[in-house]
Ligand binder design. Structure first.
Ligand SMILES: [Cu+2]
Length: 290
């Protein structure tokens, strides 16, 4: 298909787009992921296979978009120069050209199909949770997150660190008191729900942005390849403290995670049934209602 569009363009004498068409055939393994830099314009480095694919797809689209933009600009310049009043004083009265009309209908359709196929593939890849090694449940509240490890009977709330309590090295509006801790190189099913309004659990470097909706259990998955600290934010406007419910995920090597889990089972043992709202949510809501 790509080769077909490429050849049509080449026959039309438009070498630039032909070149882009040829590039499309070979873009499958586009390189990505750099260190975060001040003033960088691109994405955060990819940390999961999903993000790697999202970035690769973005790079592919960028080639198509650039080719189309250059093509349209070249056509405009050609028309401006070739058909100016000076060079072309008597305008043509042509109103139809079947060949051109077929081309400008069929070629965009082919381009859209070329985009749609990898797009659907990626959406299914993101949507379908592979065989998971563990499950994590994320519950959104106004305005904090709580995390549960249902199989390990561990659960805790995760609140932003207030400006006045920040220690040196901690990131304002990103660091939290109790980050989500997960093992590296492990396929994790992430179940996401909410207790009050709609929030959204968004961690850019994981390629996850999933709505947290009351009474609904949404699902995503992640397999973080390298240990490290990753940040995200609620990205569904959820109320006055929307900007103060960041997400911090600490990814530990598997051994370290088991050690952490041992401590967490004592510190964060989950006794109450999962469905019970955390006690801390009540006073806020009651205060707001009165
Ligand atoms: Cu929110």
């Amino acid at each position: 298909m790509v080769r077909l569009t490429g050849s049509i363009f080449r026959r039309a004498g438009l070498g630039i787009v032909g070149l882009a068409g040829a590039t499309l055939v070979g873009f499958a393994g586009a390189a990505l992921a750099a260190e975060p830099q001040p003033w960088e314009l691109g994405f955060q480095p990819a940390a999961t296979p999903i993000t790697e694919r999202i970035h690769a797809f973005h790079d592919e689209l960028l080639i198509i978009i650039t080719a189309i933009t250059i093509f349209v600009m070249a056509l405009l310049l050609y028309v401006i120069v070739r058909f100016s009043a000076k060079r072309h004083p008597v305008p043509s009265r042509t109103s139809h050209n079947s060949m051109i009309e077929i081309l400008w209908t069929v070629i965009p359709i082919l381009i859209l199909v070329t985009i749609a196929i990898p797009s659907f593939k990626l959406m299914y890849y993101m949507d379908e949770v592979p065989k998971a090694d563990m499950t994590i449940k994320v519950t959104a509240h106004q305005w904090y997150w709580s995390y549960e490890y249902p199989d390990q009977k561990v659960g805790f709330d995760s609140n932003v660190i207030q400006d006045k309590d920040l220690k040196p090295g901690q990131k304002r509006l990103l660091d939290v008191d109790n980050p989500l801790v997960v093992p590296a190189d492990t396929t994790i099913r992430v179940q996401i729900t909410g207790t009050d309004v709609i929030h959204s659990w968004f961690v850019p470097s994981f390629g996850i942005q999933e709505y947290a909706i009351i009474g609904r259990l949404n699902e995503a998955w992640m397999k973080v390849l390298k240990p490290g600290t990753y940040y995200g934010e609620c990205n569904q406007i959820c109320g006055v403290n929307h900007a103060f419910m960041p997400i911090e995920v600490k990814v530990l090597p598997k051994d370290d995670f088991q050690k952490w889990l041992g401590d967490a089972k004592k510190k964060f043992a989950l006794n109450e049934p999962e469905t019970a709202p955390p006690a801390t949510a009540e006073p806020q809501l009651a205060a707001a209602g009165n």
